[in-house]
Design a protein around this ligand. Structure first.
Ligand code: NAD
Length: 437
């Protein structure tokens, strides 16, 4: 099978590499010439565990190729995936300019039947717009071509993307064409040998499923954060409460860890976009609006604890930070809580020294020279007035507290992910502030 993927970002590259791994011939297209040149030289644009070797292997086998020229490959493709970004527009809606731009480009070059699949996260009705944009371009060329449009939202998690793609919980495909259903079913056969289902449905439901899934996950996070904040006020321990509720099989244990709020390239924008979709249909998604409000506040909870500890005077205080990416396993800093916390600390005159195992280059690109970047987690805390742990990378979980105690000016840890045991830290004489306890 020959596949073209337009947009070689997180989703496009992972999709391309994983499909090539099953023997398909995959062409990855991007407008970013530098990205494509780098990929041709084996340099990946993102950090994602396992992706390097997958790309290398399939590039060497010539099953995975990279180009900026869609016209060269489009007409030998059985399936074309659109995997470009859908960032938030000013009003919160998903900005479809890249998706529609790609659809027009497809219409400009297409000369034979193909299936155009939206893999980008797109609001209900987008497949229709894609179909319309392609048809209009074909009409300009006076071509009456048969093609199908389908929706195949992606559910991978950054940091675990390869495993999620190769062994998905489910694959959702929205289509109104039997032919497209058959071909897409064949494409995904190697990925559902674990008996997890390919769920075929109508296009609108598929488009909605992706948003509903992310909205549910964001809701779980804001819910537990809200309860954690209340625990703190009433004197309960969120860890005990969490265990108490998650042992109920109806509730389940995943995505119910209190922290500094959700970030990343998906939840914030998808929650906003779903709220906006509802608004467009004169419906108010009240639960989801609260989810967003709680999250915006939660990103500042750790900062407020730091501010309170130093009686509002952070001028000249040295705050060490461990973890910058929005979650472990990725260098993605989009909407990362660390950005909000750092901005406040710097605004109040604190000196920030930060360390992250993989996101330092990305942080430098976004934050610039407002903070100090230290390449070693222990060096970061030298003479620090406090340490704030923002991302729960594994290597932060069992640090040598003796060394920390010796290096820090004041022995204070703000634990934004509840990864430390308060009693253990007490033994080292470390003051410990966490979430909901
Ligand atoms: P990204 O920003 O990493 O990549 C998008 C790529 O598209 C960029 O490389 C950009 O240069 C390219 N592009 C833009 N216009 C183009 C054009 N006209 N032709 C060719 N390439 C073009 O984005 P991403 O994180 O991969 O997300 C893509 C979509 O997938 C979004 O809708 C996102 O919501 C969704 N999604 C993302 C994730 C995730 O974890 N990142 C997970 C599931 C779904």
């Amino acid at each position: 099978m020959k596949i073209t993927i337009i947009g070689t970002g997180y989703v496009g590259l992972v999709t391309g590499a994983c499909l090539a791994e099953t023997g398909a011939e995959v062409f990855c297209i991007d407008v970013d010439q530098k990205k494509i040149d780098n990929l041709k030289n084996g340099i990946l644009p993102i950090y994602e565990p396992g992706l390097d070797s997958l790309v290398k292997r399939n590039t060497e086998k010539k099953r995975l190729t990279f180009s900026t020229d869609l016209s060269q490959v489009i007409n030998s493709s059985d399936i074309i995936f659109i995997a470009v970004g859908t960032p938030s527009d000013e009003d919160g809606s998903a900005d479809l300019k890249y998706v529609i731009g790609v659809a027009k480009e497809i219409g400009t070059y297409l000369t034979q039947y193909t299936i155009v699949v939206t893999k980008s996260t797109v609001p209900v009705g987008t497949a229709k717009l894609v179909k319309q944009a392609i048809s209009e371009e074909l009409a300009k060329r006076k071509l009456n071509l048969q093609f199908d449009v389908a929706s195949n939202p992606e559910f991978l998690k950054e940091g675990n993307a390869i495993d999620d793609f190769l062994k998905p919980d489910r694959i959702v495909i929205g289509t109104d064409s039997e032919k497209a259903e058959k071909i897409l079913g064949q494409l995904y056969k190697p990925f559902v040998l674990n008996n997890h289902p390919v769920l075929f449905m109508d296009i609108t439901s598929a488009e909605m499923t992706k948003y509903a899934a992310n909205a549910m996950l964001a809701t779980k996070i804001s819910f537990i954060n809200d309860i954690a904040n209340l625990c703190e006020i009433v004197g309960a321990d969120i860890n005990s409460v969490r265990k108490g509720i998650t042992s109920d099989s109806r509730i389940g244990s995943k995505f119910l860890y209190p922290g500094v709020g959700y970030g990343g390239s998906c939840f914030p924008k998808d929650v906003k976009a779903l709220i906006k979709t509802a608004k467009d249909f004169t419906y108010k998604l009240r639960v989801l609006q609260s989810v967003e409000d709680v999250n915006n506040d939660q990103k500042l909870v750790l900062y407020h604890k730091i501010e309170k500890k130093f009686n509002g005077d952070l001028k000249g205080k040295t705050i060490a930070i461990w973890g910058l990416s929005f979650k472990p396993g990725t260098d993605d800093m989009r909407e990362a809580p660390s950005l909000v916390i750092i901005e406040k600390l710097v605004e109040k005159g604190a000196v920030v020294k930060a360390f992250d195992p993989v996101a330092m280059h990305e942080a430098k690109r976004i934050i610039g020279d407002k903070i100090n970047y230290i390449n070693d987690m222990y060096e970061t805390v030298i003479d620090a007035d406090a340490l704030a742990v923002i991302t729960e990378w594994n290597e932060f979980r069992l640090p040598n507290f003796n060394i920390l105690s010796k290096l820090m000016k004041l022995k204070i840890i703000f634990d934004g992910r509840n990864i430390y045991d308060p009693l253990e830290l007490k033994e080292y004489g470390i003051e410990h502030y966490c979430i909901g306890r």
